[in-house]
Structures are given as structure tokens and as C-alpha cells.
Design a protein around this ligand. Sequence first.
Ligand code: SF4
Ligand code: SF4
Length: 302
Amino acid sequence: MRTIAFGYSTQCNLRCGHCVAKGEIPDTSTMDLGRAREIIHEMAASKVKGISFTAGEPLIFLNEINELVRLCHDLGIYTRIVTNSFWAPTRERADTVVKALKKNGLCQLRLSYSRWHQQGLPPRNVVNAAESCQTYGVDYFVSFVTDFSEQDDPHEAFLRANALRFFPEPLIYSGRAASFDHGPLCTDFQANCCAMNPYLTPELDMYACCDAGSHFTDTQVFFLGNLADNSVDGLFKASETNRLFHLIRTAGITRLALFAGFTSRQIIRYRKCDLCRELFNDPATLKRLQQAASENVNHWSR
Ligand code: SF4
Ligand code: SF4
């Protein structure tokens, strides 16, 4: 099923210390609203079934996003908004926003929460936003960004104390978090398959992956093209028919790392996106993997 992260604007009211989306100097851009409408029509015609409004803070542009959510609703596209809940300092303010989003057909709010977000916003905002969602029947969940350190224990306790539905979201060591100390990170020896949800920037650049992959500056491996020169359908097809991306989705990044010569002890020290960057942002390793992916890859399976 085709889904996409839709970056209407990279503008944000916060400047979180861990943000993957921006570098040290905030560089903001916003899509033209008329062009955004056209693109959503084109997406519907290309059988895109879900749009997640993301990038900076989408609800800075409340009227525009309400209009685009309505359009998606009318075209039968599932919608989600990723937000830091700055608009919910009180229940009354939260109710006004959630009621309007519900009226326009929004399907889900994803409320970002972390010790970095909450340096700029009171934790109460997320509770107000979640309670408004419950009142007006909008599906929601809290995306609890964490490095799993003890510093996050009080934040997790806060979410539990307020009976919020939350899911831990591992910190991505990219963007402003690139310099954070990983510590002796060890994970299970897992497949690390990635669904690879594409991402559209306000400049209409489309990437095959919505997270750290748009920052693979040495290889630009996930850059698909710009909508000024390509159709939505053409760029989705470019991602769907790429043999290396197919392997990332199905075989998983761990198996590709083994093939590339990483030892199993090395592999368990990386989280998924970090391992992905080690493999695909290195021009020599990428070339080897692309070559292998274009040949017979059956010997990579058990
Ligand atoms: S993490 Fe989200 S809320 Fe924080 S600066 Fe980045 S886009 Fe804004
Ligand atoms: S694992 Fe790679 S392709 Fe998947 S989200 Fe992370 S950086 Fe993107």
C-alpha cells in the first residue's frame, strides 16, 4: 500500500536538541498551498492510501493543514498529523483544534513527547491533546522518543500516570543528535527490515525513506527525484522497483551488513538507522551492495 510522509513545511516552534529534521542553523521552507492540493490529487490518482503530515510542526499552519486533511478525506486518503501539541496549553484550546480536525476528517494524531520536546513545552500539553482526542473520537497515540536512559524514567512514569497510550520511539542519532554519545548500544540480532515510507519535502524532493535517510549526504542513496520533473507515480515506482530497497524491506539491513563484511558483534552495536547509514552512506559499500542486489541474491537467504 502506498503511503507517504508529507512535509508541508519545515518550520517549527521548537528547536529540540535531538531533532533529526534540522541542522544547527534552522533552514525553513513551506510548500505552496495550491501546489500541495494538486499533489494530493495526483497522489489519490496514484493510489496513495495514507498521508502523514510531518516535517517541522504542521499545525503552525492550522488552516492550511485543515484544508489538506479535508481534501484527503474527500479523496479517500487516510490522514495522520505528527505534532508536538504546542496548540494545547489548555483543554479549551486543545478542544478547538481537535474539533476542527475531526470535522475535516482527520484519522489520527501522533503526539511527540520526549525530554527534549518537553524542554520547550509543558508536558501537560500532550495530556490536553490526548484528552481532547478521546472526547472527540480522534485516534491518537504518544510517540515517546527515548534513548532508554534512566533520565527518561520520570517521563515514562508521567505518561503512565496520565493513562496515555504511548509507544517508545528509539532516538535516531542523526541531525542534531548525530553527536550524541551512543554508549555501548547493543540490540538483538534482528533482521532490521524497514518498510521505507517515502518522504516529500516542501521543495518537492521525494526520498524513499522518511527518517534519517534524507540526510545521507555522501551518497544521496534514497533521493528519488523532484516533482517538478517527475510524476508522483514515477517516483513511487522508482522506489518500488529498486532492487536494493526491495532487499531492505524484505531481507533486512542486518543481512546486508553481514554480506558487506560486518561482524555479528559489530552489527548488534547499531540501531537500525545507524546501521543503515554505515552501509548506504559509504560510496564504496553502497556500490558493492547495489552490484550484488542486481545479481542473483538467493544465496543470502537461509
Ligand atoms: S523534533 Fe519535532 S518538535 Fe522538535 S524541533 Fe524537530 S520538528 Fe520541531
Ligand atoms: S533503516 Fe534506513 S531506510 Fe529505514 S528509516 Fe532508517 S534510514 Fe531510512
